[in-house]
Design a protein around this ligand. Sequence first.
Ligand SMILES: NC(=O)C1=CN([C@@H]2O[C@H](COP(=O)(O)OP(=O)(O)OC[C@H]3O[C@@H](n4cnc5c(N)ncnc54)[C@H](OP(=O)(O)O)[C@@H]3O)[C@@H](O)[C@H]2O)C=CC1
Ligand SMILES: N[C@@H](CC=O)C(=O)O
Length: 376
Amino acid sequence: MKIAVLGYGTVGKGVDRIISERVSGVEVSRILELPDRLTDPRMTSDYAQIVEDDDIKVVVECMGGLEPAHTFILDALAKGKSVVTSNKAVVAAYFDEFVRQANATDASLLIEASVGGGIPWIASIEKVRRIDEVTSFSGIMNGTTNFIVDGMVKEGADFDQVLAEAQALGYAERDPSADIDGVDVRNKTIITVGVAFDTACEKDIPTTGIRTLAKGDLDALRAMGRGVKLLGRGVQRDGGYAAAVEPVAVPIESLEANVPSNFNLISLDATTVGPLKFYGQGAGMLPTGNAMVQDVLDFAAGLRPHYDFSRGLEWRPELLTSDYVFRTKARLDGAEPFCEGMVLVRGLSAVRAREVFEYATSVDATSFMAALPQEG
Ligand SMILES: NC(=O)C1=CN([C@@H]2O[C@H](COP(=O)(O)OP(=O)(O)OC[C@H]3O[C@@H](n4cnc5c(N)ncnc54)[C@H](OP(=O)(O)O)[C@@H]3O)[C@@H](O)[C@H]2O)C=CC1
Ligand SMILES: N[C@@H](CC=O)C(=O)O
């Protein structure tokens, strides 16, 4: 089977390498590259040479960004070619449109690499959904921020220093503020809501990253038996759903608190199977390339995911409610002392907590916030 790779960066090179070294029966016959870098006979900078080629059955998009990725994916699907993509930004923004186009031409959209790097998260949700309702999910979905927090905790490293390391290792987004400010996890959470809850997710879910996390916050929370992790979360109940991305002060002995390096740990809860946890490298050339090649092989084997967002669950932010800790110079209503430098505000929805955090940040730009879920 002939396939084309769009974008020959970290992930595109990983896909090409895994196929050439480990997979028979699949050939990367074309690579879309920028005009000044056509160093391989398979490379072209003209997308028409790929999308008009009837021998190419699958287009593997790993350019990143919204355009031209959005247009190229739609063109490929409209021509009946199936698309494998690692580009969570474009899937989160256009999931519904891609699914409608894929269904119209009987093409497939395969998105395993868009959430959790090398972890078979999307495929596992699809398997669980054959029998169960997924009632909630929660997890570390960003390798870069986990790498940063882990480096700060274990090596006492400076935030900017560990971020530079994550960039050098190919974990970070082109603009790493997408990692640090939670936008990357928001995209992955939106995609997970779509796959797990059969619902086109609200795009404006409350999103807070770890930009203002300081070593002192980690020390203060550790003294209270907590570690800090950036989590994407979603829950559905009684025809409604909620989702959020925010730092969470997890119990220090929990699996989440102990996830090292660029690893991700994502959990779900479902009707009859109960809780499941998925652990692996959430970023990097070979883990992510592996997830894309798995999608290509699934397609070749006739395994075709089918998405349907007709269910229309209602957006109900109050379904995600917990206590929150804040480090801020702003005075917050209902705040009570929590630990060195931090106050506690009880019973906020994630949407309300984000509003309180925006107020705190308007007074004190260095403010930090974390959800404080009940233990047990
Ligand atoms: N790196 C990772 O660990 C993971 C990445 N992803 C996602 O995978 C995608 C790719 O990531 P990554 O490989 O890290 O990114 P890179 O920036 O390393 O690679 C993207 C490549 O595509 C090229 N490119 C951009 N636009 C075009 C175009 N129009 N035509 C041809 N080539 C183009 C870029 O060139 P140039 O640099 O010159 O612009 C670059 O070489 C992103 O969506 C990312 O979010 C998902 C999971 C993990
Ligand atoms: N920048 C992302 C890459 C994978 O999705 C991350 O760090 O997780």
